[in-house]
Design a binder for this molecule. Structure first.
Ligand SMILES: NC(=O)c1ccc[n+]([C@@H]2O[C@H](COP(=O)([O-])OP(=O)(O)OC[C@H]3O[C@@H](n4cnc5c(N)ncnc54)[C@H](O)[C@@H]3O)[C@@H](O)[C@H]2O)c1
Length: 339
């Protein structure tokens, strides 16, 4: 049986669902499958077979591979073919188990097959638990870029079993903590010093409240991209050698300095960015050898950059998406980020 766990609701009307967080919470799977009312399930798992408990209904298990290389339309097509062979229909459900790449591609397959079948996520990385599995964005990559083909498809439930994290490599912990650190500046408050389960719960609670106010990314949801403009540019500039969460951490320090340089926040608040990111043992400076001009060119390609250079920046009204930020100030602030 699952020990004490947290349950957070993502309030979206008839698409409302719960995210359950804690050690052993995966063992509530049969209960969740029964609540969803699924007659049968297809389990798609990137982890060893025993990581997904018996769902309590007839099941087909398919193995998946985490990683950006397999987050493709080919994977989605293969999954849909296997769903069809099994005779999956809308009275059934799909269960994903893996990192954010797996929850993203299985989520998209569930969104597309029969124009949408119920999906339950069992995220196994910290990043997937605090971010990727919650909020209903699903996507796969094209050779032209990441997450270019996707759909909004909310899961029926998410089970964040913290026991899954026991085997997580240290670099993947940092990857998840990068996203947790940026929550400090977008409404979660100070999560340092909290137990892991509470840090995950607070990050999920914040995302749930933002997603419920702006499910389809037309306004408030942009603030989840705090630290991401430089973060995405850094991932691309290093050919993804810098992990997403690490890049977001560096981007968060930068966002603080940039907001300070623009007079949007005072020195103490700008310095708080460095302090918070550092206290999660995350990187705080650009990796050696980065060309500021190339980073600025990449930041201009950011999806949010509809007008000049765009950043989510803290300010007197709290964090908000800002456009047309002076390239000169951006360049000067980037110089302060060199190691
Ligand atoms: N849909 C969204 O809203 C959203 C939000 C944020 C990120 N994402 C996506 O999430 C993906 C990143 O997710 P990720 O960081 O989990 O990447 P990932 O799925 O590649 O997993 C990272 C690594 O951790 C390993 N791993 C996962 N769980 C493990 C465990 N319990 N024990 C040991 N190893 C484990 C994986 O095998 C992989 O090597 C990206 O593709 C990103 O675009 C989506």
């Amino acid at each position: 049986m699952a020990k004490a766990h947290r349950r957070i609701e993502v309030p979206l009307g008839e698409r409302t669902y719960s995210v359950r967080i804690g050690p052993g919470v995966r063992h509530t799977l049969p209960e969740v499958v029964a609540e969803v009312g699924a007659a049968r399930v297809v389990v798609v798992s990137a982890r060893p077979g025993h990581w997904v408990p018996d769902p309590g209904v007839p099941a087909l298990t398919l193995s998946a591979k985490d990683g950006e290389d397999d987050k493709t339309l080919a994977t989605v097509e293969e999954l849909c073919r296997r769903f069809a062979e099994f005779g999956l229909n809308r009275t059934d459900a799909v269960i994903s188990c893996g990192g954010g790449t797996t929850t993203d591609s299985v989520g998209l397959a569930a969104a597309l097959y029969h124009r949408g079948v119920p999906v339950i996520h069992l995220p196994t990385s910290l990043l997937a638990q605090v971010d990727a599995s919650v909020g209903g964005k699903t996507a796969v990559n094209l050779p032209h870029g990441k997450n270019l083909v996707g759909a909004y498809w909310q899961p029926k439930a998410v089970l964040c079993d913290t026991d899954y994290l026991d085997t997580l490599p240290s670099r993947e912990w940092l990857n998840g903590y990068g996203e947790i650190a940026r929550c400090h500046f977008i409404g979660a408050g100070d999560l340092r010093g909290l137990a892991l389960q509470e840090q995950i719960a607070a990050s999920v609670q914040l995302k749930a409240s933002i997603v419920s106010a702006d499910e389809r990314d037309s306004g408030l949801r942009h603030i989840l991209n705090y630290g991401h403009t430089l973060g995405h540019a850094l991932e691309r500039a290093t050919d993804y050698a810098v992990r997403h969460g690490e890049a977001v951490a560096i981007g968060t320090v930068f966002a603080g300095r940039l907001a300070g340089a623009l007079g949007r926040i005072d020195e103490a608040r700008a310095a708080e960015h460095l302090d918070v990111v550092r206290s999660y043992s995350l990187p705080t400076t650009l990796p050696p050898g980065q060309d500021p001009e190339r980073l600025i060119a990449l930041m201009r390609l950011d999806k949010k950059a509809t007008a000049g250079l765009s950043f989510v920046l803290d300010g007197p009204r709290g964090p908000e998406l800002t456009h047309n930020i002076s390239e000169d100030v951006v360049a000067r602030t980037l110089v302060t980020m060199t190691p």
